[in-house]
Design a protein around this ligand. Structure first.
Ligand code: 0CG
Ligand code: SF4
Length: 330
């Protein structure tokens, strides 16, 4: 196949000696409704307050997104004490401990919460369970900001982190009849099912969340990888090393027997790694913009005669409302 830019009629083109590479592009991939909303919140805050607007933690785990917002006047910090008095601040999509908005209010800061509504839903469940006297087993990854934020919704000692099936087997709770579990939104669907099965077997009275805590975007992106895995010789996942949902996509591909790598940008492609690959799967985590997928396809097209095919595993139509304070339509 000729390069995409070649508009000459086929018989006027020189022969193409590039090796062929079929690209199987997963769908859904890339931005979810929570990421779209969080980025829009930063943009609208800049419009409302003027620059600079502070953002506590990367608004979503993607350097390209963060750099683009920084260019528009956002300043990214890790903690609230780095925000000067009087400056507006946005909390990232991953959520924050309750102490953070409390401290912001005490300091009289204008703050806007970009926590994904699906993370907030887990926060509210945690509060209610603790009010009802339950001890919560929280399935998640130690140190992730969403886990820190959710632990910060309840008093110390009311929630225990379960990271692995081995943790679930080893747990010796003080009151096994009075447990509930919740999960991080961006976990592996399969690993989490295994952990929950262990918890239910060991603690039959454990209270489950009302719905699934793993969000629609996480499970749909994992399903989309599974849907193309059998046809792929290798898979590239566009996402950041600190992006939980993106890392899970690499694992899903590998568990389906496909060698897979996480890359942040096309420039990280290792062409030696692609040697012998005829069909390459491509996907992107929930925080990775589509422009980075196009950048990757364009780079591959400089070395290979590429064909592109997209397989849609599930159709997504989720949209989240903006906070009232920023929504002109509200
Ligand atoms: O997947 P995690 O929770 O690490 O976050 P990321 O910013 O990559 O994506 C969606 C959100 C929030
Ligand atoms: Fe919300 Fe899921 Fe997107 Fe996280 S990955 S921002 S929980 S929709």
């Amino acid at each position: 196949m000729p390069p995409p830019s070649d508009t000459r009629p086929p018989d006027a083109r020189p022969p193409d000696f590039r090796p062929s590479l079929d690209l199987l592009i997963a769908a859904p991939r890339g931005f979810c409704a929570g990421v779209d909303r969080a980025i829009r919140i930063v943009e609208l805050s800049i419009e409302k307050y003027g620059v600079p607007v502070y953002v506590r933690h990367e608004i979503v785990h993607n350097r390209y997104v963060v750099d683009a917002l920084r260019a528009k006047g956002a300043i990214f910090v890790e903690e609230l004490d780095e925000v000067p008095d009087g400056a507006p601040v946005v909390f990232s999509a991953h959520g924050v401990p309750k102490a953070v908005p409390h401290e912001a209010a005490e300091r009289g800061l204008d703050w806007v919460d970009a926590t994904c509504p699906l993370v907030s839903k887990v926060h509210r469940q945690a509060e209610r369970l603790v009010e009802a006297g339950r001890h919560i087993l929280f399935v998640g990854h130690h140190g992730h900001p969403e886990v820190i934020g959710t632990f910060g919704q309840v008093p110390d000692g009311r929630m225990t982190l379960i990271e692995t099936a081995a943790d679930a087997e080893a747990l010796a709770p003080a009151d096994p009849a009075n447990l509930a579990f919740l999960t991080q939104t961006t976990l592996s669907v399969d690993d989490t099912a295994e952990i929950i099965a262990i918890l239910r077997r060991r603690f039959p009275a454990i209270q489950a969340p009302r719905g699934e805590d793993i969000c629609y975007a996480t499970s749909n992106r994992q399903a989309a990888v599974k849907a193309i895995a059998d046809e792929c010789d290798a898979m590239l996942v566009i996402g950041a090393p600190n992006s939980s949902n993106s890392l899970r996509l690499v694992e899903v591909a590998e568990r389906h027997g496909v060698k897979a790598r996480l890359i942040q940008r096309a420039a990280e492609v290792d062409f030696a790694w692609l040697a012998g690959v005829r069909t390459l799967g491509i996907t992107a985590g929930a925080s990775a913009p589509e422009i980075l997928v196009r950048e990757l396809v364009e780079l591959l097209a400089t070395r290979f005669a590429v064909t592109e095919r997209e397989t849609e595993a599930v159709r997504e139509q989720m949209v989240f409302k903006l906070p009232r304070s920023l929504d002109a339509a509200a």
